[in-house]
Design a protein around this ligand. Structure first.
Ligand code: AMP
Length: 292
């Protein structure tokens, strides 16, 4: 990839980069199309990064379908995707690494507590991919909102020169955010899965109404309860891992709406049967996180 990258006529031509773990769906394709509409060249990577899975997670059963992903990519934007980088594990991690990128503050946010290796794994692999591809811009989905916020901070804190772009979540008609993991859902679970977006949207409606009424002290616990009550109406929801109302700058939890500074990320992770689903909605100034 590093030698292929030398063929690109940079800095005159821009490179839009879309990192993925494959099993491509319309959410991924929308990132690729946006990258193509804004850049001279597009590079897509497909790499299931073992370092961002914790013990007991779904690394072994994560869908692997490189051949059909490559076919999908060859059908869209034929001449615009210059390279698909699909390295092996041995290529990305040839020896036991001594160094990694540790976003310490993110180990204490909800998603970080639930998945202790996740943010370090993401920050490290994205840094490596940026150094290999050296893109002008990189495109990420709002669906993984804490990842987007972390990567924007990482680029700022470590003076990286790639600009992070965040694209809105692409949803199924019933509201379920598209995800490679949706393939694990049984037919019944798939029908039930739209409850997550409905519950978060209920929370957002209440927050927006409270903010419109002029900031009387609304406790985030009350909003979390409204979201939880909606989730509990669906018997297939096996557990609620977390419901979070957080500051958009660093995903720190807020306790009253007055603390939120006019912007809020409302997110949740639930288990539906054995499948873990995450989703989020943005309120007020947090909506500006999405910039493409
Ligand atoms: P993944 O292959 O799951 O690691 O995702 C690769 C990129 O696609 C990440 O930036 C995700 O946030 C993004 N993505 C995944 N699902 C969606 C979706 N439904 N809408 C928009 N972007 C998505």
């Amino acid at each position: 990839m590093k030698s292929a990258r030398k063929q690109l006529n940079c800095p005159e031509e821009s490179i839009g980069f879309v990192p993925t773990m494959g099993a491509l769906h319309d959410g991924h394709l929308s990132l690729i199309e946006t990258a193509a509409s804004r850049n001279d060249n597009v590079v897509v990577s497909i790499f299931i990064n073992p370092k961002q899975f914790s013990a007991g997670e779904d690394f072994d059963k994560y869908p692997r379908q490189l051949e059909s992903d490559l076919k999908t990519l060859s059908k869209i934007l034929k001449n615009r995707i210059r390279f698909v980088f699909a390295p092996s594990e041995a290529e990305m991690y040839p020896s036991k690494a001594l160094c990694h990128v540790e976003p310490a503050a993110f180990s204490s946010i909800y998603e970080g507590r639930q998945r202790p290796d996740f943010f370090r794994g993401v920050a490290t692999v994205v840094t490596k991919l940026f150094n290999i591809v050296r893109p002008t811009e990189a495109y990420f989905g709002q669906k993984d909102i804490s990842q987007c916020i972390l990567l924007r901070r990482m680029v700022e804190d470590l003076d990286l020169s790639t600009k992070i772009r965040v694209c809105a979540s692409v949803r199924e008609p019933d509201g379920l955010a598209m995800s490679s993991r949706n393939a694990y859902l049984s037919e019944e679970e798939r029908k039930a899965a739209s409850i997550l977006f409905r519950a978060l949207s209920n929370g957002k409606t209440v927050v927006e109404a409270s903010l419109r009424r002029g900031g009387q002290p609304v406790l985030c616990e009350d909003i979390k309860q409204i979201i939880e009550q909606t989730l509990r109406t669906e018997p297939l929801v096996r557990s609620i891992e977390y419901i979070s109302l957080a500051e958009p700058s660093n995903m720190a939890e807020v306790t009253t709406l007055a603390d939120s500074g006019g912007g809020l990320v409302i997110s949740s992770a639930i288990r539906l049967g054995s499948v873990r689903l995450i989703d989020n909605v943005l309120v007020g100034s947090a909506e500006t996180i999405v910039d493409c």
